[in-house]
Design a binder for this molecule. Structure first.
Ligand code: NAD
Ligand code: MG
Length: 326
């Protein structure tokens, strides 16, 4: 079982007299920097692009510096820019300015685990990954409750790496809800597995295949859309609230009998074997290499997949149906 940490296990005092440079002011960067600032931590932003997020930071009266200046003047650096740009930014604007004893923090393990970023062994390398989107990280902070988070230590030069991770988690108010310790490997591999196999990849494909079957069998696409896509949220809300058994309690006996007996026929051993193969590609680094190559080539595959999807029946019908809820 995983070890859990709460407020009593974390001490914000380890951040006293230290300055935190938050690199990026996007979804996580804004939420985390505002939370830390409001928890009394000295925060500066490292921003290179004068984009929308820069304007937002200005409006929020945050202290903004070019990334090298932010790193030079700080003790803790939080890498909160997109995973695919982190290596380039780290190599050019972070690595040259790291000093012995500094702390490098990530919100996802991808670049460290797959060795795209290899920090010097004279710094601590930690992860604090809130288990929720940025907007929720901020909203729940303001409500005094926070969202749970994962922490991990990859490198402990100071001997205090875990204390820093816990303190940052406390500054975000995550320790109010509970923090679970993991490793960069576990967080990275399970995160990729979840998004590929069930959350984003599996769920969307299940919906699309169900939609296609109904439409191919002559049912009206609007009806199919409601049944297989729109209602998914209602079921997922039940699952999130009460687990899978709680969901069965919230649907009819007909739905429960049909679902319990037919579900395993759809997600059968063949599908499970494909899940294991997908996991192997994650574990071996094959997927990471493929994604990095794709990104560096200008994302040709992703661009094509997006274009093709736009024209698909489910999207065309979906536009019409979603208007009914505007
Ligand atoms: P994001 O896309 O919102 O980051 C945008 C910020 O990065 C902006 O300030 C932008 O100016 C800056 N940026 C983009 N490209 C840049 C470049 N080339 N050079 C310099 N700055 C650049 O990112 P995010 O979704 O907040 O993700 C940040 C980290 O948090 C990632 O490691 C991600 O995996 C992790 N994470 C995100 C979420 C989430 O809610 N989105 C949840 C958990 C973990
Ligand atoms: Mg995830």
């Amino acid at each position: 079982m995983a070890k859990m940490y709460y407020n009593k296990d974390a001490d914000l005092k380890v951040l006293k007299g230290k300055q935190v440079a938050v690199i990026g002011y996007g979804i996580q960067g804004r939420a985390q920097s505002l939370n830390l600032r409001d928890s009394g931590v000295k925060v500066v932003l490292g921003l290179n692009l004068k984009d929308e997020t820069w304007k937002r930071a200005k409006a929020d009266r945050m202290k903004i510096m070019p990334i090298p200046e932010a790193v030079k003047s700080s003790d803790i650096v939080m890498m909160l820019i997109p995973d695919e740009v982190q290596k380039k930014v780290y190599d050019a604007d972070v690595a040259p300015y790291l000093r012995e004893g500094m702390v490098l923090d990530f919100a996802h393990g991808f670049n460290i685990h797959f060795k795209r970023i290899v920090p010097p062994n004279t710094v601590d390398v930690i992860m604090v990954a809130p288990k929720g989107p940025g907007a929720l990280v901020r909203e729940t902070y303001l409500a005094g409750i926070g969202v749970p988070a994962l922490i991990a230590v990859h490198q402990d030069h100071s001997g205090k790496a875990k204390k820093y991770a816990l303190a940052i988690a406390k500054g975000l108010k995550a320790t109010t809800r509970g923090v679970i310790e993991t490793t960069f490997k576990e967080e990275t591999e399970t995160d990729l597995f979840g998004e590929q196999v069930d959350l984003c990849g599996g769920a969307s494909q299940l919906v699309k295949a169900s939609f296609d079957v109904l439409v191919d069998e002559g049912y009206q696409p609007e009806i199919a859309y409601f049944e297989v896509l729109h209602e998914l949220k209602l079921i997922i809300d039940l699952v999130q609230k009460g687990g899978i058994e709680g969901m069965w309690d919230g649907v009819s006996n007909t739905a429960e009998y049909g679902g319990r007996t037919r579900g395993p026929v759809i997600i059968d051993s063949g599908v499970k074997a494909a899940m294991v193969r997908t996991l192997r590609d994650i574990q071996s680094g094959k997927f990471a290499k493929e994604w990095v190559d794709e990104y560096e080539a200008g994302m040709p595959t992703l661009t094509k997949l997006r274009k093709d999807a736009e024209k698909s029946n489910i999207e065309v019908v979906g536009k019409k149906i979603r208007k009914m809820f505007d």
